[in-house]
Design a protein around this ligand. Structure first.
Ligand code: PEP
Ligand code: MG
Length: 757
């Protein structure tokens, strides 16, 4: 076996090419293929299993008993072969029988063989079958051999699909259902839109996988790369957002991938192994997909989408096949449907025609979400299977606020949607008109209304909605969208821009809440221990105090950015007072150091803690005297109070924020803060819901930090209520006599004509 993967695969491909070109049956070709691979890898056994009618069937073998061919069948997920096909992953074992999934099939005579390696035969991201080798000696197959197998599997997928030997997954057939369907998803960018379905991406079909002239294929890739890089440079250069923002960092990262030499090198190596340019790009992409699938990290999978986006673009260029819907002229009212999108792909669309985007995947921190938010295009994510449930041109009504999309609505539904849209627009106009009116209750009590933010462009919302400041600036967002750890200068620039946009309104910066499920790919952990409960794990302040270099850099960035102003800083997930004290001391130390360096400093620093961990409520008498303010994070607090994962869809509606347990808990905290004369606010999502905000005001909360879209509705409610009367109502409800607090408060509001939108 030659020592480089490319040479090894190339040797096999040359022999395979003859087999493929021969004029005999597909079965005869498969029989020959297993012989060639077995010989080339000096493997006693080589077998091919194909998925037929949903089951993996042994189609050809060298080394196992021939009687087993077309007899041995395994369900998907059954045995090692089933595992490879289901997970679309490679296995390489020196002792197959000791793997927990090993399933012995006596008819094959495989008990003689110990080592086992198998690779999936993939087409359109699904396994068509499995190619595996076995050996009598217990030995692990070498990387060269595995790579050769993967390349061969790539070529085989063409043979198998052309001969229609295996199930080929869902086709591009039209959806036959023409009825109305409602689907649900995840809110990514808020908004409502009516429009017609446009599929983002026609499929690129790879027609030939084995190259005739390797040098020519290399040239094709070189010119495709040049063309693709030109496109990316053009698109990113032309993107106009009117303001600096995270999307620029996102695009920089994206560009970095486009220019990644490692990627080019891997594609060239695949070409050296005998593949065509198209097959080489796909082969490398399959490899990356397999690797990424093993990493259970939402951030890395976001990066994966960037890579998919670029690989698809490269494939389209190299194969000269159709572009995305963006290049084909978009219809007037397009709702774009895609599995996922890369940020640059989205930028290619005409913003005036693009009304909304619906994705089968997607996440809040994904690059495409950030760019869409900057473009002002509503996005609904995680809508399962939508690509297979709609046809191009179908009418859809999307309402991100209700997490829903209505496909092929009836005329009545369309009318109701238009009315809702109209009401929403009218209400929005009313809120805009209310923008400069004070946030004061009917009986003259002032309630500070601040906004939650995390991106540079969020600061614009302050003026748009007329908020009193930023009550929670989630500094980790910058870390989450960057490919590398943001340097101090970069952090400082962001903080300064946000402070400048806020003018004399306060901005409360929360130090990074990373770790746990918000893992940063570029940050090494001390251990690779998997966390069963990342929300309760090594995150936020816990991590920051252990890794204090990160916190020191951030403290300096915050102090320097606030020179000549008041810096408000708060710490997340404080569980015990000493943590707060240690964090504060760390910032103070940085302040002293900067002072010694004769740097310009903030005129004052105000320190706060977030109350998200219930235990902290029991030690407020110790903590409050040391604090300038307290901010209650009801998102985490309720998940810990009820022991209910805040991200679990089945638990999302189960526990009510207006339950007696939460209200009593909050009441106690708010009253203790009043006793100690420490300002207290709520910065979780609870405060952004009108009825919940009303309850909080009834408990005495006078500062809410909420999502910008809620400022209008909440302010309208505040201006309509009598806070004193509400306080008495809430006191009564805390007694526990009323079970349905939500119902009672709604009734109270309705009787007083208070709008609860
Ligand atoms: C909270 O937990 O309520 C909060 C505001 O913080 P985050 O949502 O960022 O965890
Ligand atoms: Mg929190």
């Amino acid at each position: 076996m030659p020592s480089t993967p490319a040479a090894a695969a190339r040797q096999i491909l040359i022999r395979l090419q003859e087999v493929m070109a021969a004029r005999n049956s597909a079965q005869a070709k498969l029989n020959k293929v297993v012989e060639i691979i077995g010989e080339s890898l000096s493997s006693e056994v080589c077998s091919i299993y194909l998925v037929r009618e949903g089951v993996l069937e042994l189609f050809a073998t060298r080394g196992l008993k021939q009687e087993a061919v077309h007899v041995t069948r395994m369900a998907m997920g059954e045995g090692l072969v089933g595992l490879i096909a289901t997970n679309v992953e490679t296995l390489n074992l020196d002792e197959a029988a000791s793997h927990p999934d090993f399933s012995y099939r006596p008819e094959t005579g495989e008990e003689l063989f110990h080592s086992f390696a198998g690779v999936p035969i993939v087409r359109r991201e699904r396994a068509l079958g499995v190619l595996c080798v076995q050996h009598a000696d217990p030995r692990k197959y070498e990387e060269v051999e595995i790579e050769a197998l993967q390349t061969v599997a790539m070529v085989m997928s063409e043979l198998i699909a052309n001969a229609e030997l295996a199930d080929d997954g869902p086709t591009d057939q039209r959806v036959t259902d023409t009825g109305t369907t409602m689907l649900h998803g995840l809110q990514l960018v808020m908004g409502m839109a009516r429009g017609h379905v446009v599929f983002h991406q026609p499929r690129v079909h790879i027609e030939h996988t084995v190259a005739e002239d390797t040098e020519a294929e290399r040239q094709r890739v070189v010119s495709a790369f040049t063309k693709m890089r030109e496109q990316i440079d053009r698109m990113t250069g032309a993107a106009e957002f009117g303001m600096e923002g995270e999307h620029q960092e996102v695009l920089e990262t994206y560009k970095m991938f486009a220019y990644d030499e490692g990627w080019t090198r891997r594609i060239n190596e695949a070409i050296d192994s005998g593949l065509t340019a198209e097959a080489a790009i796909e082969r490398v992409q399959q490899h990356t997909r397999m690797r990424m699938r093993k990493i259970d990290d939402p951030l890395l999978s976001d990066r994966m989408h960037d890579l998919e986006d670029l690989a698809n673009r490269l494939l389209r260029i190299v194969s000269g096949q159709l572009g995305t819907a963006a290049q084909m002229g978009l219809r007037q009212d397009a709702i774009l449907i895609a599995r996922n999108l890369g940020p640059a792909e989205l930028l290619e669309y005409d913003r005036r025609r693009l009304k909304g985007v619906i994705l089968e995947e997607g996440s809040l921190t994904a690059h495409v979400t950030i760019v869409a938010r900057a473009m002002g295009v509503p996005v609904l994510g995680r809508v399962r299977d939508i690509r297979h449930l709609v046809n191009e041109g179908d009418l859809v009504l999307m309402d991100v606020g209700t997490n829903s999309v209505l496909i092929r609505p009836t005329a009545d539904m369309e009318e109701a949607f238009e009315t809702r849209l109209h009401v929403t627009q009218k209400r929005r106009a009313e809120f805009v008109a209310m923008r400069d009116l004070p946030s004061v209750t009917a009986d003259g009590q002032r309630v500070e209304l601040m906004v939650n933010a995390g991106l540079r462009e969020d600061a614009q919302a302050l003026d748009l909605v007329g908020a009193d400041g930023i009550g929670l600036f989630r500094t980790e967002f910058q870390f989450l969208v960057s490919a590398t750890l943001p340097q101090r200068e970069k952090q400082q620039r962001l903080y300064k821009d946000v402070l400048d946009a806020a003018g004399d309104r306060p901005v409360i910066f929360r130090t990074v809440d990373i770790g746990g499920d918000k893992a940063l790919p570029y940050m090494q952990r001390d251990d690779d221990e998997h966390e069963d409960n990342p929300a309760m794990g090594w995150r936020a302040l816990r991590l920051a105090l252990d890794r204090d270099a990160l916190m020191k850099v951030q403290a300096r960035a915050l102090l320097e950015a606030s020179a000549g102003k008041i810096l408000h800083v708060m710490f997340p997930m404080v569980s015990e007072p000493w943590e707060y004290e240690a964090a504060r001391a760390l910032v103070e130390h940085q302040r002293e150091w900067l002072h010694a360096q004769k740097k310009k400093l903030p005129i004052a620093v105000r320190y706060g803690a977030m109350l998200e961990v219930p235990a902290l409520a029991e030690v407020l008498d110790i903590l409050l005297p040391k604090l300038d303010f307290l901010s209650i994070g009801t998102n985490d607090l309720t998940q810990f109070l009820f022991a209910a994962d805040r991200a679990h869809p089945k638990l999302a509606e189960r526990y009510d924020w207006l339950s007696i347990a939460i209200l009593r808990f909050l009441d106690r905290v708010v009253r203790t803060c009043h006793d100690y004369k420490v300002p207290v606010g709520v910065c979780g999502e609870m405060g952004g819901r009108t009825l919940e905000a009303m309850a909080l005001i009834g408990l005495g909360v006078r500062r809410l930090s909420i999502t910008p879209a809620s400022v209008g509705p909440v302010k309208a409610m505040i201006r309509a209520i009598d806070a004193e009367e509400l306080r008495t109502v809430m006191r009564g409800l805390l007694d526990g006599g009323v079970i349905d607090i939500r119902g009672r408060l709604t009734q109270w509001a309705v009787e007083r004509n208070i709008e609860l939108s």
